[in-house]
Design a protein around this ligand. Sequence first.
Ligand SMILES: Cc1cc2nc3c(=O)[nH]c(=O)nc-3n(C[C@H](O)[C@H](O)[C@H](O)COP(=O)(O)OP(=O)(O)OC[C@H]3O[C@@H](n4cnc5c(N)ncnc54)[C@H](O)[C@@H]3O)c2cc1C
Length: 572
Amino acid sequence: MDDAQDYDVIVVGSGAGGMLAAVRAHDLGLKTLVIERSDHYGGTSAVSGGALWIPANGESPNPDSPELSLDYLRAVTAGAVPEAKLRRYVEYAPRMIAHLKALGVRYFTHQELSYPDYYPFAPGALPAGRTMFVASTDGAVLGEEFFRLREADPSYRLFNRIAMDNEEGLAIAAQAKGWQLTLARLIFDYWSDIRWRLRTPRDRQLKLGGALIGGLRKALADRGIPLQLKTRMRTLLTENGRVTGLVAEQEGQVLHIGAARGVILACGGFEQSQTLRERYLDQPTMASWSATPRENNTGDGLLAALEVGADTEFLNEAWWAPTLPTPSAHAPNTVRNLAMFLERGYPHSLAVNRLGKRFVNEACSYHQFGQAMLRDNAATGANMPCWLVFDATFRRNYALGSLLPAQMVPDSKLPPEWLDNLLYRADTLAGLAAKLALPADALAATVARFNAGARQGVDEDFGRGGNFHNLFYGDARHTPNRTLGELITAPFYAVRLDLGDIGTKGGPKTDENARVMATDGQAIPGLYAIGNAAGSVMGGAYPGAGATLGAAMTFGCLAAADIAQERDHPSR
Ligand SMILES: Cc1cc2nc3c(=O)[nH]c(=O)nc-3n(C[C@H](O)[C@H](O)[C@H](O)COP(=O)(O)OP(=O)(O)OC[C@H]3O[C@@H](n4cnc5c(N)ncnc54)[C@H](O)[C@@H]3O)c2cc1C
């Protein structure tokens, strides 16, 4: 590592926001270093779907405009976020995509498969078009760096090995038209890659978050931007109120590294710190419920920023997602909580609290589902965990986390320890209620009422299936409503859902250029925060798929631009 003061910019964390910020800073003539605490780069961004929510992106199949997008953001953030910051996001996000394209990281919208916005009734909401997807790439171009890229989430890998993109994953999960061909092609491509197979079982196809991070890693390498792994920022260095560098630990050594022009905190939220979760989030809360990679995102950025006088915002917020505790079939004694992004929308299923009662439109977004768990738990004390209950028709046709549809992997082929542990099963609803310690009468009444509505294709209690968002996540072949189906075919099943998350979203308060604000309302010179290391531009809302990475990367670019601007106009 170079001597102190040798860098203009240090980026802390190698998620997508951090890496893009580093590339932009370099391209604006700033000497830049990225440090990463883990022995793998990519953070949660690498295990993500890699989708980006980009308003007015010019490719949407539905007419969109900055003003329409701003209407939507204003409505869903409900006054919690300054207009200037929302506007900056809407205006700059499409430019961020252009920067990515210039690096060879290709994003596109999907005509048939584009996710809907998550608040279908809000003004300005679109049924499709704002979520952009990343094109898959060949990981071999990374050379040895391929093996330091954090591996994809198990739910995005077939048989825990073969990488799947959105289209492939959705087709197999719901056994949509042509899924057998998709499956056969994936398996063939994987096994016929013989030279690579002799080297490693890991699939060299980079898809979703892996494709995004792989592309950014290559951009860093092409430019000679150093990325130091196993290097953990501990505190910030200041001189006369300006942040001038940081103190880091690198394999037992303490390093003082200077950053003449700025430090960009891109080191994720505090989702993996049980202490900070208990300090800031609603209770109960467990780090193990989070679907994010273990250990690394423990709020170091927040703590360091607090020490230099940062103000904070949205500390009780997370990007909520119900998660399914899944004992690993491959790593002994390991349980991973997998996010349930879409499965709740498939027919022949419903969710109940521990009183056996429904509490939410199950097909809503994962964030809103999490918020409903919190609300219901506050009201009843009988949620967190809750249960997703389904019948044999659901089990046969649809995937659920690591559980492939029974048509593909029947119960008899599951790891034996998964039964009545991950997947609870009984021949009758009463038998299932006994296994789950739920009141049998209440569960029977809930299912009977739900079934009566499902036969008509309506959910009078929660409106499930009554909007474009819910219908997207249903089964297109199912009538009269894609997301409503009776639970009548034995055996009956259930899985436990915890209140998980895919990252926290509160942190140092930042302005529209990602500058960290002090408690006196002034920007702290030289300090920037982006992604989950910052208070979110989305406030308590989750506008659509890709809103977390979209914001991290957009404000990463803006932070780099602001640092360059300050260099060029020091008296501004
Ligand atoms: C399964 C899954 C799917 C998802 N899909 C999507 C999606 O499609 N679209 C979307 O927008 N969002 C998605 N998300 C959420 C998204 O991945 C995260 O919100 C996002 O990656 C956060 O980015 P970040 O840069 O803030 O943090 P990260 O990507 O986690 O990067 C932070 C990095 O900082 C490092 N770090 C932490 N502390 C230090 C320190 N002290 N010093 C140095 N380094 C440090 C960490 O090790 C980590 O590598 C998904 C999440 C999950 C779990």
